[in-house]
Design a protein around this ligand. Structure first.
Ligand SMILES: Cc1cc2nc3c(=O)[nH]c(=O)nc-3n(C[C@H](O)[C@H](O)[C@H](O)COP(=O)(O)OP(=O)(O)OC[C@H]3O[C@@H](n4cnc5c(N)ncnc54)[C@H](O)[C@@H]3O)c2cc1C
Length: 490
């Protein structure tokens, strides 16, 4: 893997940050925002501003608003959801890995607002629910499949109901610092440039844009491939399923609710087989490998494969616009080639077509923002809990090779969300945790959602009390989280 590790010094809004001594990489593109004039910008004032309405940000903004904080949410795209509706396949994971450890109790370890989203989706056929895996359950015991479009709508409605001021089609373009605090976020939209001031901020942009522009320290590891997942429609799922079964290549098999009918296939694939070449035609396997494509998917609809991933290893940074532009084209070409392979080789896919792609490629990691604590791989594998846990979690994306000890949980501490050296900025989602093997757990959707609930709640409490993130008594945060149905048992 082509790993690069460098830090950048980012100036914001023309104000240098004297206390931070970060290195500037000579090959790093310099931000264009540093000379922004903040005077004369229209100003809006909030208690909490959440940047990024993705997996973590939606939950953060709902949590903050429900605490009574006047909350704004700023999102680049026209809808909320982020990578949970664009990248993945199942939502990993609301449960501990009990099926891999006989005798271990089944526990739902993430509840709160993330579960409310699932409850709402269930009402409109937008999820298969929490279905037990019938194979590969040493990887995950449960599969929760979602409908990407209904997730966007549900998130939007829940944000509106919570009273969040939702700014979609609006980009976080800069930040204004006052001493060790962020004073405001500079945004760009068709309404022009604005300054969103707040008492406390939460960065949920995945790329760590707000933190970086506010002068936080970060690393950029570039240790994953990027991806654009597509939805393929007009597929006879039963025919494809029977074919994969007949050649003994079915994996990750889960049954659940699909188009109103129970006990339907909602997750399946032949990824392992594609890698080893067993069962499937060798030309298909070789081409899939070349394209970075995988056949592992979830669905909540007949005739529809929700996520077919096309991976691509960027030669440079996912923050480099020009490298990304080249990759966007290559991946789209590879999507069509993958579709054609499906049509040619996979029974049931003869008349398939691409029904959905992500508006832009998805990253598995952009910047890693340096926080007061960096969760280590050993913390996760040993099931460590902290005296300031804000959630617990039990899934690891490298299972069965790496699993949380004994099918238990580890804790995500509050200090892992506090952006280092900044008094009123929290981070949540894929941008925390630098250790690759630890990140392979904390970056997963349900963990990001849980972090979002904690970060939004903490930001609201800080704002309403006019206190910094380090001065918030943990006992008060814990009480608020427990009241809002956050599971905190170790
Ligand atoms: C291809 C792929 C497959 C995956 N598969 C799975 C899986 O099967 N199961 C699983 O649990 N996890 C999976 N993951 C991991 C998981 O989906 C992500 O790590 C997680 O969703 C990230 O959540 P987040 O809140 O950090 O970021 P996101 O959900 O990406 O949210 C970030 C939001 O911020 C917005 N934004 C970014 N910059 C700005 C800006 N400057 N101004 C305003 N808005 C901005 C974005 O538009 C986006 O809406 C996968 C990830 C990828 C990429």
């Amino acid at each position: 893997m082509n790993r690069r590790n460098f830090s950048r010094n980012v100036l914001m809004a023309g104000i240098a940050i004297p206390s931070l001594n970060l290195k500037t990489s000579p090959d790093s593109p310099q931000p264009e925002f540093q000379n922004y004039e903040r005077k004369n910008l229209p100003e809006r004032e909030f208690d909490v501003v959440v940047a990024g309405a993705g997996t973590a940000g939606v939950v953060a903004a709902i949590a903050a608003a429900r605490q009574g904080a006047k909350t704004a949410l700023i999102e680049l795209k026209g809808y909320p959801g982020g990578t949970v509706v664009e990248g993945g396949t199942a939502l990993h994971s609301f449960f501990n890995l009990w099926k891999a450890f006989p005798g271990v109790e089944k526990r739902q370890v993430v509840v709160g607002i993330p579960q409310e989203i699932i409850d709402r989706l269930l009402l409109i056929g937008g999820t298969s629910g929490h279905n037990e895996m019938t194979t590969n359950y040493d990887y995950d015991s449960v599969c929760t499949s979602i409908d990407t479009e209904l997730y966007k709508l549900t998130a939007f409605e829940m944000l509106a109901e919570a009273g969040v001021f939702i700014c979609v089609n609006t980009m976080v373009a800069g930040a204004v610092r006052k001493g060790s605090s962020v004073e405001g976020v500079i945004t760009e939209s068709r309404m022009g440039r604005e300054l969103f001031k707040a008492k406390c901020f939460v960065d949920c942009t995945a790329y760590g844009d707000l933190s970086a522009k506010a002068g936080a320290s970060f690393t950029e590891l570039n240790d994953y491939s990027v991806c654009n997942s597509m939805g393929i429609a007009n597929v006879n799922i039963e025919k494809l399923y029977e074919y994969l079964k007949s050649i003994n290549t079915l994996g990750q098999l889960t049954f659940g609710r699909r188009d109103g009918k129970d006990n339907q296939v909602v997750r399946f694939g032949a990824e392992g087989a594609a890698l080893t070449g067993s069962g499937l035609p060798s030309e298909y396997v070789a081409e899939m490998r070349k394209l970075g494509a995988g056949l592992i998917t979830t669905t909540v609809h007949d005739n529809y494969l929700m996520f077919i991933k096309i991976n691509y290893q960027l030669p440079g940074s996912p923050l480099n616009r020009d490298e990304v532009a080249k990759a966007e084209l290559i991946i789209r070409q590879n999507q069509l080639k993958t579709l054609n392979l499906f049509k040619k080789y996979l029974p049931g896919c003869e008349n398939a077509f691409i029904a959905r792609t992500s508006p832009s490629l998805n990253i598995r990691r952009g910047r890693t923002i340096i926080c007061d604590y960096d969760i280590a791989s050993e913390d996760i594998l040993q099931g460590k809990h902290f005296d300031d846990d804000i959630m617990v979690y039990g899934f690891h994306d490298e299972a069965p090779r790496l699993q949380v000890k004994n099918g238990g949980t580890y804790g995500v501490p509050y200090k892992a969300l506090r952006v280092k050296d900044i008094d009123n900025l929290l981070a949540a989602g894929m941008m925390i945790t630098s250790d690759h093997h630890a990140h392979m757990s904390t970056r997963n959707t349900v963990c990001c959602m849980g972090q979002g609930q904690a970060a939004g709640t903490a930001a609201a409490l800080c704002a309403l009390r006019k206190t910094g993130t380090r001065k918030l008594p943990y006992a008060d945060l814990k009480n608020a989280l427990k009241k809002d149905n956050v599971y905190l048992e170790s």
